[in-house]
Design a protein around this ligand. Sequence first.
Ligand code: ADP
Ligand code: MG
Length: 767
Amino acid sequence: MSKSSVIDVFLRVRPTKNPSNLFKLNKDEGTAEFTIPKNPDQGYINNQIEKHTFNFAGVFPTDTTQEEIFDKIAKDVVDSAIEGYNGTIFAYGQTGSGKTYSMTGNPEARSSAGIIPRTLYHIYDYARRESELIIDVTISYLEIYGGSGYDLLVADNRSRNLHDLPKVQAMATANGQTILQGLSLKKAQTEEDALNLLFIGEQNRVIAETPKNDASTRSHCIFIVILECRKPTSDVKTVSKLCLVDLSGSERIGKTGVEGILQREATGINLSLHFLELVIDCLNRQANGENIHIPYRDSLMTLVLKDSLGGNCKTRMIATMSSEPDDLPESICTCRFAGRVANIKNKVTRNEAVDPFIIIEKLKRENQQLKAELAMIKGQSIKDHLESYEIDECKKKVDEFLNSEDPAAILVVNDHLKMNECFFQLKHMLKNLNKKGSLQPVVSQPQNLTTNNTVELQQLNDEVLRLKQLIIQRDNEIMILLNLIQKGKGSQANQSLVLQGPISEQPEVQQANTSSILQPIEFPKQVEIDRQSQILTEKPAIKKQNFMQGSLDSEPMSQTTKNTTTAQLKELGGMLSEPINISNEQLLDRNSALEMFRKSYRKAQAQEDLKQELYDKMMTSKELGLFINNQRNVISQLKDKIEQTRKEQVLLGLVSSDPNQVSTEEEKLIAEYNKQKDIYKQSFDKLKQLKAEVERMSTQLKHSREKMQQDFEKWIDMMLKQRNLSMAATSVLSDFKNLSQKGGEDVNSMVQQFYKNKEICNQLLQK
Ligand code: ADP
Ligand code: MG
């Protein structure tokens, strides 16, 4: 069920040296008040206005801690995300007003860590506390600069330039979904993984210097956390997306005094913000009942935040400002913008999805149970004997059954062997009692029993039939689900974040066929800016090529059998360096066939080389191992010698017993000791590296042997087929010969024989 929710807007004022007395915060009422003197000369504000009051969901004065900001603004958005609701928190304000401080802060120092690191602590803390909930965390970090997107999660990016980062492209799929292609989605299993990803992203953020603030970024950064949560017993999982957005400075270009390239960049940045403001204005008009198109698609920024603004998302905004007298005009603009954002209404829905993996597990369990039941009804057992504790269990059950006062008591066992055991126990007891003469023999009624037995047998047969059908049905369901997952997996490999629509649909929307017809989304009014910083996006082209290749590879599967045979022959030709002349006898002797195949196998040489290299490496490892052992002895002897020398010199009175006083001889020995230790360490590291290489090469060799075996099987299979074919063809020819020799004698039977052989030939061809 969806519910309507407004965007809550908060105001945070950063500490400054000279706060203006024209500005006042009222924490209890959640208001900010600007008192501007009525002086047209100074009038940066409409001189009619003396007092301007803005309302917020909460206002935070300069002494507010980072913890309080997280608790009051972000915590419940994160909690909702864990429950399956999308969430967005974005910071808006002029450069230097504290956006980055509020969003990121200093993640290394807990007290000054901002909303993003605190969100991560909170999620993992929650997961630790609620052991009944499984939370999967995936992280993306996107930077938007001059209208283009860049992936911030590339580790080891040695380049210092933003344009060296992988470019992110918004794409439209055939079914109208928008995805971000090229943006990495990284799984973070632990809090440490997640913080490390944040760290990598921070390193990659481009920091350009402006006269206003050295460390302020002039791009927009969006930290995206995707949460998949489920209980171990539930089929349903929730999937939600948390966007934590640090916008670029909201100031107008003239104020910052940046020039040249920076000015051009600033224009692009403000253009993005302009589109954001435009979208917010349109949303406001929509909220007032106007039927209006919302231009989300005019910029990457608004496209990414589509869900967050007017969509399925719990959204919060932190307006940041400074109360320095010079900053007041921008601060008033910030508050005005905040007021417009506060009017926007979002529709928030819980994103729930049935998890096919969980259902498969459940169905598998159910199937096992059904199979056991079926086996029992059919008188089979999955085991051939009972363990002693199971026999004890049966005894206990029989005792309970016999001692029960309840006339409706029944003896329940779930296994044919256990049932036999219970009967055996009962028989044993009955015999003992009979011997003692205290129990009357049970009077059986054969006629009744027979009728009962027939009825029971019929019921059992019906039950067997029902269970069999159920198993087939379950197997089908498992197959369907597995297929679905297979498709989903294929799409996940594309590593694209689905922007709009329930994220839970992510696996389904990106099936191979739809992703092959992705259309890049152009942002019309930013084409010029994009051109300036164009980096060719080769990804779609590469993908198309792979896709084509894939279809070529898989084509023979869907072609006629004849084509299959041709393709197989082609494949076999490809694996051999030269054709193999093999006789029928050799073909039927697998060992000599394998030997001949190996000689002509194209990859055999590479395999031999690998073997040789592996052998060499193993020998080097062995020698190095011996050397290291020897080195250990050298080191321990040197150590003994140092101690010995020390004792002798103290006894001779050459040095005092103060360990800090060292003789020249001792010094030499210590230097030698250290040198030998270094050699030891280096050799040890080398050996470790060698061992890893040996392991890797052994696996490679194993795989290459397995591949050769598979290729050999294919080859011999084909050769045997060909042999049978040529034998059948020879037989057809000889029929022809006979036919012409016999000259019409017994023609009918010969013609029949001819067609029969021809049919065999065709069948063989089709195999
Ligand atoms: P922005 O991202 O809006 O350009 P920053 O977050 O980088 O601004 O803040 C500019 C400077 O002011 C930074 O050195 C930051 O540490 C400091 N700062 C901002 N807000 C606060 C605050 N609330 N408390 C302490 N220092 C702050
Ligand atoms: Mg900043």
